[in-house]
Ligand binder design. Structure first.
Ligand SMILES: Cc1cc2nc3c(=O)[nH]c(=O)nc-3n(C[C@H](O)[C@H](O)[C@H](O)COP(=O)(O)OP(=O)(O)OC[C@H]3O[C@@H](n4cnc5c(N)ncnc54)[C@H](O)[C@@H]3O)c2cc1C
Ligand SMILES: *[C@@H]1O[C@H](CO)[C@@H](O)[C@H](O)[C@H]1NC(C)=O
Length: 488
């Protein structure tokens, strides 16, 4: 595939530019103070060190900044020491999980970058059917560690995505139709609060914080460990099909029919209408949580004429890693989202038109890839948790998050792409409303997909006063306000 090959060449080029950026020479006094107060379990790295580079690196180049130093914390107690110094000196900082955030400055800083790589344990507890998972891991590592036990957790759908940011924002998974969002499956958080306490937060120990951490992102401190429910895992069926523009309507029809007719919660799909270097292309992800899907379930998809197809019975990890999510890694990127209620022909027609329209208007300047992901879920997706959570604010209605993703080269084009993502989301939203979908006012936007200037009301709705009250109690000095993110 020539398009794919070109994209990887571009990524390598961008990475080379990044790697040769001139390092800072002045050592920050805050970094020096941190180095002198942390235990021997932690280290501070400066520009030029390979662990500095790994610390600040993100999936999207636009999410990477050169920090004064990278602190690799080794214990929760050291994270508390670091937060205390940062609050004391009012130093801007970042905390990064898997570095897949697309909003600039959400997990990067020119100040102190806190890296969680050393929180990398996966401890499976067969008796409680839970796994303790370090906050520095990506989902691939968690799936690999649990595979020998034939169990799994509810996590990311493509390779490379971090556990921490994903779980703290919600988490839409291949297994969400069966078990809810990732946040719904968290039974405990190990949290370092902005006041320096190391807490194990559970529903019974601290129901308010437990509520806030399930969607509230980095507002309440730094999570060092998640305890997640585990579920039996067999081999799965699925993978990726790429399809050319001539067959887009076939994908549309199969997607609508799948959403309308398939009520088996083990089945899940992602239909992404993309354009790679102005060539429209569908990347279709199919998933069934078992070695063989029931007869007929995916036949309509399998009958579409394809460019490439890699669909088979395989391990869960193999399915995750079959997705081409790393192709545009190293380029600039932005996400935006539209919450919607139904997958219809009209909605997908709008999406196909947006794909083609913005392909012409964006990929001609510096764009390399644009993508609109239709992510059908069952209307029951929020019914797997009866506790209240920061996101979604209400569970009476099951919304799906449409994901808009653009990739490009060169920071001068940032405003063009950011504005286009917002404009396109508005077109899709208005179109869904005009088609009768009740999403005009209180439909929640998914915090992990929403663009940076989304009003907090749109993310948290009626939960906002409760979250702000909690924030005032947990972080009276607004230490977490020194880090990027949607700030309460
Ligand atoms: C290729 C790709 C695929 C994706 N697929 C999905 C998907 O299938 N489903 C889905 O729901 N989402 C998906 N996402 C979105 C994903 O949920 C967000 O990008 C999420 O922020 C990733 O988490 P991270 O740890 O990698 O990100 P980071 O950039 O490291 O962090 C994101 C945010 O979380 C905060 N944070 C990170 N670690 C901690 C911590 N330990 N304590 C407190 N705050 C912390 C950061 O400060 C930052 O504000 C995808 C994103 C990408 C780029
Ligand atoms: C396609 O999308 C563009 C941009 O949103 C819009 O101007 C145009 O009217 C749309 N065309 C159709 C047929 O919907």
């Amino acid at each position: 595939m020539r398009v794919v090959w070109l994209l990887s060449i571009i990524s390598v080029h961008v990475l080379q530019i990044l790697a040769t950026a001139v390092p800072r020479t002045l050592l920050s006094t805050t970094c020096i103070r941190i180095a002198s107060e942390i235990s021997s379990a932690s280290d501070v790295y400066y520009p030029g060190h390979v662990k500095y580079a790994r610390g600040i690196n993100h999936w999207a180049a636009s999410s990477t900044q050169l920090s004064d130093c990278v602190v690799e914390a080794g214990t929760a107690a050291d994270v508390a020491v670091i937060l205390n110094i940062l609050g004391d000196t009012r130093t801007p900082f970042a905390v990064k999980g898997g570095g897949h955030g697309t909003n600039p400055g959400w997990s990067s800083t020119t100040g102190v970058h806190i890296s969680l790589y050393r929180f990398s344990q996966v401890n499976y507890n067969a008796a409680t059917q839970t796994a303790e998972v370090g906050a520095g891991l990506i989902w691939d590592d968690v799936y690999a560690a649990l595979e020998p036990y034939n169990v799994n957790v509810v996590g990311g759908r493509v390779p490379g995505v971090g556990v921490a940011g994903f779980a703290l924002g919600g988490g839409y998974s291949w297994k969400t139709n069966q078990f809810g969002l990732t946040a719904d499956t968290v039974t405990a958080f190990e949290l370092v609060t902005p006041l320096g306490a190391v807490l194990t937060v559970t529903q019974s120990s601290d129901p308010e914080l437990f509520f806030g951490l399930k969607g509230g992102q980095n507002n309440f401190g730094i999570v060092t460990k998640f305890t997640l429910k585990t579920f039996p895992q067999t081999q799965v069926w699925g993978g990726i099909i790429t399809i050319l523009e001539a067959f887009f309507n076939d994908v549309r029809d199969a997607t609508v029919n799948f959403h309308t007719n398939v009520l088996d919660p083990k089945a899940s799909i992602l239909s992404t209408f993309d354009a790679a270097l102005a060539v429209p292309i569908v990347t279709l992800h199919l998933f069934y949580d078992g070695p063989t899907p029931p007869a007929g379930m995916f036949d309509e998809f399998m009958a579409i004429t394809y460019l490439s197809r890699d669909v088979k019975t395989r391990s869960f990890l193999s399915l995750i890693q079959s997705a081409p999510a790393q192709l545009t890694s190293g380029q600039r990127a932005i996400f935006q989202t539209v919450p919607y209620l139904d997958v219809t022909t009209d909605l997908i027609n709008t999406v196909i038109n947006e794909t083609k329209f913005w392909s012409l208007h964006l990929t001609v300047p510096t764009g390399t890839f644009i993508s609109y992901a239709i992510e059908p879920f069952l209307p029951t997706l929020y019914t797997h948790n009866t506790e209240t959570t920061a996101y979604p604010a209400s569970r009476t209605q099951g919304y799906m998050p449409l994901n808009i993703y653009y990739a490009w080269l060169g920071s001068l084009s940032d405003p063009l792409f950011h504005n286009a993502a917002k404009a396109s989301a508005k077109v899709i939203r208005d179109s869904a409303v005009s088609q009768g979908q009740a999403i005009a006012s209180d439909a929640p936007m998914y915090p992990n997909y929403a663009i940076y200037d989304t009003p907090l009301e749109k993310l948290y709705g009626g939960n906002l006063p409760r979250l702000r009250a909690l924030k005032g109690l947990v972080d009276p000095q607004n230490v977490m306000g020194l880090a990027g993110g949607f700030k309460l």
